[in-house]
Design a protein around this ligand. Structure first.
Ligand SMILES: [Mg+2]
Length: 337
């Protein structure tokens, strides 16, 4: 059925039923969907709010993406921002702009992906809105919280801190290249990479553990390791040195990058973006503290990849050959764009 035939009331009724079926109300929620405003009891913790809007033809192309993946991803990227503050996601408010000639089944599958992500990250959809719109857009706001002494900002890195990254990098960027190209060599590896692009991880548990282990600043990798680290440098008024040989590159990116994308693995790891791993700064020895806490929990590996410098030292990267290059907005020696 087309959205235009369903009407706004019919659409909202269906969405509401779907969401209520997908999860039971958390005890702190006083009212969820269906009242004038959602209401929940505040806690003693610091409240976190993050929002992200995805627009058809700008952030995704509706004919080429599965609605369920789109819904899942639109939630996960917001959860990743909560993770970067060392917080826990709690509630989501979701608004959609929908063209009248769109099939209801596509919208239905978007909500299914959102509900799946809600269950995965333990957060509840408590409200939202829908509107007729020329282009499909999805606007997700997530509310979370964090213990006041655990919050990890971008502005608190200090010279001498080491730089760390969770997991491995480059898979999402290569997955996107493969997705755009259609058929590809190495179908098994490529499928994994595409999945990594469509279903980003959001390292909530890792973010909590890094804060407890003594991280001084943190950010999630959405734009690419270099660009996101530049944000920390700017906000903290510091410089940094990355070491090429320490960058954790995804194993399939190492093996298949050149054949699938024509790009060097390191380029994808540094500039590919949308890995949704965490980068943080902290004292030497943070890995041991992190691993101690990781004992009982399933978390990804942490790698040391460089060091925070005084601001006047700038942002540099040292190559495997020991050569140090200045990083600019345009990249650096090896990858000038
Ligand atoms: Mg972010």
């Amino acid at each position: 059925m087309l959205i235009g035939e369903l009407g706004e009331k019919g659409l909202i009724d269906r969405i509401r039923k779907k969401i209520l079926k997908g999860s039971s109300l958390k005890s702190n929620v006083i009212c969820g969907i269906g009242d004038d405003a959602a209401a929940f009891k505040s806690t003693e913790k610091t409240t976190l709010v993050t929002t992200d809007v995805l627009v058809d033809d700008v952030h995704f192309v509706s004919g080429t993406i599965d609605g369920r993946d789109l819904g899942y991803k639109s939630m996960a990227v917001n959860v990743s921002d909560i993770a970067a503050m060392a917080g826990l996601p709690r509630y989501a408010v979701i608004s959609l702009g929908i063209p009248g000639n769109m099939e209801y089944s596509f919208i239905d599958s978007i909500y299914e992906g959102m509900i799946e992500a809600g269950a995965r990250f333990d957060l509840q959809i408590i409200g939202g809105d829908t509107s007729r719109s020329r282009n499909l857009f999805i606007d997700v706001t997530i509310i979370g919280d964090v213990e006041p002494d655990m919050i990890t900002k971008r502005s608190t890195a200090r010279p001498g801190d080491r730089i760390y990254a969770t997991g491995s990098l480059g898979a999402s960027g290569l997955g996107l290249t493969a997705l755009k190209a259609g058929s590809m060599p190495y179908p098994d590896a490529v499928e994994r990479l595409i999945k990594r692009h469509l279903r980003p991880p959001a390292r909530v548990e890792e973010g909590r553990m890094l804060a407890r282990a003594g991280a001084t600043s943190m950010e999630d990798i959405s734009d690419g390791l270099i660009t996101d680290l530049m944000h920390i440098a700017e906000e903290s008024r510091v410089g940094f040195m990355l070491q090429e040989e320490l960058i954790p590159i995804d194993i399939d990116v190492l093996k298949k990058s050149l054949a699938v994308s024509g790009k060097k693995p390191l380029e994808l790891a540094l500039y590919g973006g949308e890995d949704y791993e965490l980068i943080c700064t902290g004292p030497e020895g943070l890995i041991a503290e992190y691993e101690k806490r990781a004992n009982q929990n399933e978390v990804v590996e942490l790698s040391e990849i460089g060091m925070i410098l005084d601001r006047d030292k700038g942002c540099v990267i040292s190559g495997v050959d020991g050569r140090v290059s200045q990083i600019t907005d345009l990249g650096y020696d090896h990858f000038k764009r």
